[in-house]
Design a protein around this ligand. Structure first.
Ligand SMILES: Cc1ncc(COP(=O)(O)O)c(C=O)c1O
Length: 441
């Protein structure tokens, strides 16, 4: 079995020298949690410039779906780089963008009659969805959720309600957005329990919001993550999206699924909305779509994407190399990785639930496929958030060569590449368990 191999104190001398230069010249707004300098990587294993080897359970924040530098993706990139680097897909035509558009249109839930707008990132995909929803409905109001993360451009940031630091000094943002509580059953905002609650969080939209502050006929769209990502890997109850979409449909409101983090096979299905049996009107995709090449996509039904030429575009969006990388990624997902995500995800959840039996601070273990979160608490009854333990666990795991990240206030996220093996999960969990016991006493 392969283990992380840490030969120096961290950061090692070469990494420390690079970080010094970074400190002088790279934006201080970036949120580096620990001093990892990635030099080269393969699969789930990252090497730093000092010869240390790390096991990566972050996948570059749920991006490297096929693992670092999968040969099939690297070859596709090389092949495309020798043919065509750029020709601005919003002004001209090229094969890889057209082929990928056809593939994505068929891949998303629904009848396949869809169109794709290409962007460079998740925020840009959300931004495009925001604009299309306004353009199509000619309505000005929108609904999004507390805890949601949709990106950091001004439009996407207006929909985001994750951390105030992300909004500080940027107001006023886009008006007309109302944030409502997400279906966070472990900490129900209505102090109710599922299923006796009758999905109060959906009823509340119609009974309260639409009767008091938002005329529903003025609402363009509901923006929602199928499983909340940055908010804490929160899985809503099975009927949540179905019931909410019913309300949306009643008033001609578009249902926009932000699948930037949950999409592209991570949950064991191509899109997380498939677990909920919902066909969204618009979908935002990015992160895992091209195994690390920058690409975002907004997919909408053809009868919705009817905006006219010039109403939205992007010079780099749908870059030929990113599109080829996406096609190669999808080939791998369909051939085996989506299934692997389901199988390994179940294994990871089972093992975590076993640990939960003997480790008191593991308050909630939740997820789908390889989108798994463990919420740490000081006390299972009071559910007091163990944010300090969570943060210490991440730091100590790094020192031992395991890369983890948090999400929400007190949740550890497990988002490894979809190529992860049972052995790699075992290694991850042996370090996780040992460190969590040290941290939580
Ligand atoms: C659900 C979701 N939407 C949008 C974004 C923004 O993506 P990007 O950072 O590529 O702009 C993220 C990033 O974490 C995300 O998780």
């Amino acid at each position: 079995m392969k283990f992380p191999d840490i030969k120096t104190t961290l950061p090692g001398p070469n990494a420390a020298a690079l970080i010094d230069v970074d400190r002088n010249h790279v934006s201080p707004s970036y949120t580096r949690i620990y001093p990892l300098v990635a030099e080269n990587a393969k699969g789930l294993w990252i090497h730093d410039p000092d010869g240390n080897t790390f096991l990566d359970f972050t996948a570059g924040i749920a991006v490297c779906a096929t693992g670092h530098c999968h040969p099939h993706v690297v070859n596709a990139i090389k092949e495309q780089a020798n043919k065509l680097l750029h020709m601005s897909g919003t002004d001209f035509y090229y094969t890889s963008q057209i082929t990928l558009a056809e593939k994505l249109a068929q891949l998303v839930p629904g009848d396949g009659d869809n169109k794709v707008f290409f962007a460079n990132s998740g925020a840009e995909a959300v931004e495009a969805a925001f604009k299309l929803a306004r353009w199509y409905t000619k309505r000005e109001l929108n609904i999004a959720f507390f805890g949601a993360f949709h990106g950091r451009t001004m439009g996407a940031l207006s929909l985001t309600a994750s951390k105030t630091i992300q909004k500080k000094h940027y107001n006023p943002l886009i008006p007309g957005i109302t944030h409502i509580p997400y279906a966070y059953c472990y900490r129900c905002p209505y102090n109710m329990s599922y299923p006796e609650c009758g999905i109060e969080c959906v009823r509340w939209v119609e009974d309260t919001i639409f009767r008091t502050t938002m005329p529903p006929e003025e609402v363009a769209a509901i923006f929602v993550e199928p499983i909340q990502g940055e908010g804490g890997y929160i899985v809503p109850p099975p009927e949540f999206h179905r019931e909410l979409q019913k309300v949306a449909k009643k008033y001609g409101i578009l249902y926009v699924a932000d699948e930037v983090q949950s999409g592209m096979g991570r949950t064991g299905k191509m899109f997380a909305m498939e677990h909920f049996g919902v066909v969204p009107d618009i979908m935002a995709l990015a992160k895992g779509i091209a195994s690390g090449m920058p690409l975002g996509a907004m997919v909408a039904r053809s009868d919705i994407m009817v905006w006219e030429a010039g109403s939205h575009a992007s010079t780099f969006g749908g870059n030929p190399i990113s599109c080829r990388a996406a096609l190669a990624t999808i080939e791998l997902l369909e051939a085996e990785l989506m299934e692997n995500a389901e199988i390994r995800g179940e294994y990871l959840m089972t093992r975590l639930r076993e640990l939960q039996n003997s480790i008191e601070c593991m308050g909630d273990v939740r997820g789908k496929g390889l989108m798994v979160g463990v919420e740490l608490v000081k006390d299972r009854d009071t559910k007091e958030r163990a944010t300090d333990w969570r943060n210490e666990l991440i730091q100590k795991s790094f020192q031992k060569g395991l890369l983890l990240l948090g999400c929400g206030e007190n949740t550890i996220r497990f988002s490894p590449a979809l190529t992860v093996t049972a052995e790699e999960i075992d290694v991850c969990l042996s370090i996780f368990e040992e460190t969590l016991r040290e941290v939580a006493g």
